[in-house]
Design a protein around this ligand. Structure first.
Ligand SMILES: [Zn+2]
Length: 117
């Protein structure tokens, strides 16, 4: 079993069947979603606080730290892409732990932002 799959199986996510999730999402997207879910990703907040590899945790928009939640929910610079992917409001939990369709939308969104996650 890959480490990433082992880690995902160990996630304590109430109401989510990780075994089904593991079977239907390709490996690359699984790794990507795992990074976004845990916050251990290449966004500025993690790169600054944990790895000291960026000069600031702040998003290029300047409003908040660049976290997965900020990117997925509120960053004004990404609003056009967010509105295209999710024309109606979608909760963060759904974007991170929803159905296969929800997770495909999340991976599509981040891919379109061209952010390294
Ligand atoms: Zn921002």
């Amino acid at each position: 079993m890959l480490d990433i799959e082992k880690n995902v199986r160990n996630l304590q996510v109430t109401g989510i069947n990780c075994n089904i999730w593991l079977k239907i999402i390709p490996s690359r997207k699984k790794a990507f979603l795992f990074h976004v879910r845990t916050g251990h990703c290449r966004l500025n907040a993690h790169m600054f606080r944990k790895l000291k590899l960026t000069p600031s945790p702040t998003c290029p928009c300047g409003l908040e730290d660049q976290t997965p939640e900020h990117v997925l929910m509120t960053c004004p610079q990404l609003k056009p892409i967010r509105d295209k992917v999710w024309p109606a409001s979608v909760p963060l939990r759904t974007k991170l732990y929803g159905s296969r369709q929800d997770l495909e939308a999340t991976t599509s969104f981040v891919s379109q932002t061209k952010l390294m996650v």
